[in-house]
Design a binder for this molecule. Structure first.
Ligand code: SF4
Length: 436
């Protein structure tokens, strides 16, 4: 493990970086790598825009709203750029890949627009180029730089993100990811395990293996086992599991190894096979039920979380009812629900968005109500139980099945393992008393 400080570039001494991240955990992991690269180049961080020499927005394209928000944040930099024209403004990530030069046309104050594949070249580009758009999908990919760029989660220094694959081959009708992140590419097992070892050496106890469809990595099961066996690693999480690639063997592996967290995020999206087919999802509800019920049988206290889209083109009342039935059957611990809206550049953009806005709103409200009830029902299973929690704050942490736990009694240090006797379940968290 090299000391990144040794390679600090003296020219950048005193320069400051402001970095804001939108979107998913993959984006957070990318931002962490980016910040280490800039640190190695001699930059320090600032939370104040007006102090920054380089401002980076790492953007998300999954929803229209996320893009609008990023554009509006960048637009607000005008007074800063007017006052300090030498400040370098960069828009990186998925929105940069999707909109390319359009971003500079709409916001001429932007100096660099850089897609996910060229993002880690940014310090070099700043040195060599005055400005530009670098979002060509044929760019040489450098998404996984050397392990010396660790992926420690700065919000939680005992936990680290480790991307194991990137991109997606599924091309679901509503999703922009395969177009902006490209096709699936897998990191080698050796590289992944090396990085986890480096993180463990730095005191990291929890690693989160990341990928848009993390379980489609050809060596996923071995990676789970090998990561869990690393000395010092106490918890291994993995997100996001694609339902079509999920099998009972994976559940058995999680059930058999203490370090593997009993927490499965498997986005089902709809309870109707007809709609799943329209969405281009490559699994059936019977496959999903089979896996989810197997988890419930093998690991009764494991959490299962999911995503739903309501109001996809062609969704009839009977399709929506099937979604409600699925929720009742599986009793998800947590559900992330969204109203369908077409994304430019996706296949479903060409379909008629025929579910009226009011109906979408009503369906979403009904689904949220039911999902909230289910979350509470699941959480009530823990009343009276003692849960082992890693503190993320003085009196808040997460259990191995990813429940948020608040406690009273002695405060803990971040990363400390404490035991909490749960005495109250809420829909989205648990409350209790610290007992060790
Ligand atoms: S599996 Fe579907 S929804 Fe998920 S990233 Fe791939 S294309 Fe998008």
């Amino acid at each position: 493990m090299s000391d990144t400080g040794k390679s600090r570039n003296k020219d950048n001494k005193g320069k400051r970086l402001y970095l804001h991240t939108f979107g998913c955990q993959m984006n957070k992991a990318d931002s962490l790598r980016l910040s280490e690269i800039f640190q190695a180049e001699g930059y320090s961080f600032t939370k104040k825009l007006e102090e920054a020499d380089v401002i980076i927005y790492n953007t998300c394209s999954v929803r229209h709203h996320a893009e609008n928000k990023a554009m509006s944040y960048v637009g607000r930099l005008k007074s800063i750029k007017d006052e300090k024209p030498e400040v370098v403004i960069c828009v990186v990530g998925c929105m940069a890949q999707r909109l390319k030069g359009e971003i500079i046309r709409r916001l001429p104050l932007v100096d660099y627009v850089i897609g996910p594949s060229s993002m880690f070249d940014l310090p070099d580009l700043i040195k060599k180029e005055k400005s530009g758009v670098f979002a060509d999908s044929s760019d040489k990919r450098k998404e996984f730089p050397d392990v010396e760029f660790s992926s420690i989660n700065i919000d939680s220094p005992f936990s680290g993100y480790v991307p194991i694959m990137k991109g997606c081959n599924n091309f679901c009708a509503y999703c922009i990811v395969p177009y902006v992140r490209g096709r699936e590419e897998y990191r080698t097992r050796k590289d992944i395990i090396n990085e986890c070892k480096v993180l463990a050496g730095r005191g990291i106890k929890e690693v989160m293996l990341l990928g848009q469809t993390v379980n489609s990595h050809p060596h996923f099961k071995d990676i789970l086992k090998e990561t869990a066996a690393i000395s010092g690693i106490e918890r291994v999480r993995f997100v996001t599991s694609y339902p079509g690639d999920m099998d009972k063997e994976t559940v058995d592996i999680v059930a058999g190894i203490t370090e593997l967290c009993d927490n499965f995020h498997i986005p089902v999206q709809s309870g109707s096979d007809r709609i799943l087919k329209e969405m281009g999802r490559k699994y059936s509800t019977s496959h999903f039920n089979d896996i989810a019920l197997y988890i419930r049988k093998k690991l009764p206290l494991a959490s299962i979380s999911t995503d739903f889209i309501v109001g996809f083109p062609g969704e009839k009342e009977e399709d929506f009812k099937k979604t409600l039935e699925l929720v009742k059957k599986i009793e998800f611990d947590q559900s992330f629900t969204f109203k369908y809206s077409p994304r430019e550049g996706t296949r479903s953009e060409k379909l008629e968005d025929d579910v009226p806005r009011e109906i979408k709103k009503e369906r979403l409200a009904e689904l949220n109500k039911l999902c909230g009830k289910m979350s509470l029902k699941r959480n009530m299973l823990f009343e009276g139980e003692a849960l082992e929690v890693f503190a993320e704050d003085k009196n808040t942490g997460r259990s191995s099945n990813y429940k948020i736990v608040h406690w009273y009694g002695p405060a803990a240090k971040m990363g400390e393992k404490v035991k909490i006797k749960i005495n109250k379940a809420l829909a989205h968290s648990l409350k209790g008393k610290r007992i060790t």
